[in-house]
Design a protein around this ligand. Structure first.
Ligand SMILES: Nc1nc2c(ncn2[C@@H]2O[C@H](COP(=O)(O)OP(=O)(O)OP(=O)(O)O)[C@@H](O)[C@H]2O)c(=O)[nH]1
Length: 479
């Protein structure tokens, strides 16, 4: 933009003076060029009708011998310009030295540049050319910027075309412009490329790199290329690329993310294995707990059964009887059913022990228990050892309690266990006391058991080896 300002200042010289001499132009242009070193050259390009050409050429011949309007021939060498209705020759040029060939060059002879000139004329603003290799500037790209100068201040297109006097023009080296623009923000290792993308044609204006290196970088780091269009400049659209060099990337590359990823994966793996073992261990513990619980339940059941069994006779013990009696008593109350109780005692067992010994007594107890159990036919009947040589039988829901009592006596007698000192028979016999009741809430189960005991006492008293039925238990046939 600073360069454009120079053109505006130069334009001011042409507007403020009727005729600007070559000497005046040189003076002003030299002072600008001294302060703006990246301007390669400044020019004055008047609009010249074909009729006015001879007078312009002859007046210029006074200061520059061999002056004529020139254009590029077919072999790129400069030749005399053809006659055109309008010429745009370079009349003033600064610095002259080194740019001699450019003096007299007719811009109307170059269709591309003429288009830029005409655009500048029609729009009344500065217009830049595409990148060009000017004769003086070796391999570097330069651009022309043309600023129209009018007679007065025409406001319409037609008036601008009519009143055009010519153009002040500047040649700017793109490399110099670019370097001075980025010199404050230059970062070592970042490669810049400047492109002209006006009309979608990509023209490389300037690059920090040779074109082949730039292409390689472009491919290899394409994902980290910065690409941004610049603000439009004198009718041109430029675009900037910035690419990091391999060195720039290498300097900033760190193994840290890889290490994090590696440790992350390893950590996850270790965690997964740890969780797997914990779950397996927990499953095994659960299985063991289940197994132990099952064993414990079994053992508990066994213990319960043992605690309810008489160790000698293998039938229920006193505890078993107490539980069963309580249960059946409550059931009979609820169901209003009859409950019978048989107290059974081996006759003269003391003398049996005395005669045959304690071990024989034990064997006798086992056989008597078995015989009593076999005398009971219902699964709900309960037999237990009440204590010593005394047994007890509970018969739930039973009207006829005499028959089972008699079967008990008969079964024991049928064992035919020799008892020479018995007061009844020469074999082991039992006495049975029987009672029964349809209990109610007001009845007492302890008293009920005592009645059965009393009946047993009566049976003993009446001579043993018999059944004594308590009066309460005798049920008339009609009931
Ligand atoms: N071998 C053996 N004898 C027992 C057991 N329990 C109790 N006795 C014995 O059984 C006998 C019971 O005697 P008693 O209560 O006098 O009665 P009894 O001799 O049978 O006379 P009655 O009942 O009147 O016919 C006692 O001598 C006890 O020692 C036992 O488990 N094994």
């Amino acid at each position: 933009m600073l360069n454009i300002e120079v053109l505006h200042a130069l334009k001011g010289v042409f507007i403020s003076s009727e005729h600007v001499s070559g000497e005046e132009f040189k003076q002003v242009a030299t002072s600008f060029l001294l302060r703006h070193r990246n301007i390669q050259a400044l020019k004055w390009i008047p609009k010249v009708n074909s009729l006015a050409r001879p007078s312009i050429e002859s007046s210029q011949l006074k200061s520059h011998e061999d002056f004529e309007f020139t254009e590029k021939g077919s072999d790129e060498s400069l030749v005399t310009a053809k006659t055109r209705s309008t010429h745009f020759p370079v009349v003033y040029l600064e610095p002259f030295s080194g740019n001699e060939n450019a003096l007299g060059f007719d811009f109307a002879s170059d269709p591309a540049l003429l288009r830029v000139l005409n655009n500048a004329r029609d729009l009344g603003s500065s217009m830049a050319s595409a990148g060009i290799k000017v004769v003086q500037a070796s391999e570097q790209n330069s651009i022309y910027v043309f600023l129209p100068v009018y007679d007065g201040e025409p406001s319409t297109l037609l008036k601008r075309q009519e009143r055009l006097l010519g153009f002040v023009a500047g040649i700017f080296r793109v490399a110099d412009m670019f370097d001075s623009a980025i010199k404050r923000t230059w970062v070592q290792g970042i490669y810049y490329t400047l492109e002209d993308i006006t009309n979608d044609k990509h023209q490389s204006l300037y690059s920090h790199l040779s074109s082949d290196v730039s292409a390689t970088l472009h491919q290899s780091n394409s994902e980290i290329v910065y690409q941004r269009p610049l603000t439009r400049f004198s009718g041109r659209q430029w675009q900037i690329h910035a690419m990091p060099s391999e060195g720039y990337i290498a300097e900033r590359r760190t193994e840290f993310p890889y290490l994090i990823a590696l440790f992350g994966i390893l950590g996850s793996l270790v965690l997964a294995i740890y969780v797997f073992f914990i779950m397996r261990h927990s499953h095994m513990v659960n299985m063991q707990v289940l197994e132990r619980t099952r064993d414990l339940n079994l053992a508990k059941k066994k213990l319960e059964a043992l605690s309810m069994t008489d160790s000698l006779t293998r039938i229920g013990n006193r505890r078993f009887f107490d539980n069963a009696f309580e249960r059946e008593w409550q059931l009979a109350i609820r169901n209003k059913t009859r409950l019978a109780l048989l107290m059974i005692d081996i006759d003269n067992f003391k003398s049996y022990n005395d005669t045959y010994g304690h071990l024989a007594g034990d064997e006798c107890l086992v056989e008597v228990a078995q015989a009593i159990a076999e005398a009971l036919h219902r699964p709900s009947d309960v037999v237990a050892r009440y204590g010593g040589e005394e047994f007890v039988v509970i018969l739930p829901h039973t009207r006829d309690c005499l028959s089972p009592a008699q079967r008990c006596c008969e079964n024991v007698a049928a064992l035919n266990i020799a008892h020479s000192n018995s007061t009844t028979r020469p074999y082991v016999t039992v006495s049975v006391g029987v009672t029964s009741i349809i209990p109610t809430e007001s009845d007492d189960m302890v008293k009920f058991a005592a009645i059965a005991d009393m009946a047993l006492y009566k049976a003993k008293e009446n001579g043993r080896n018999q059944v004594f039925v308590d009066a309460e238990a005798i049920i008339p046939k009609a009931l």
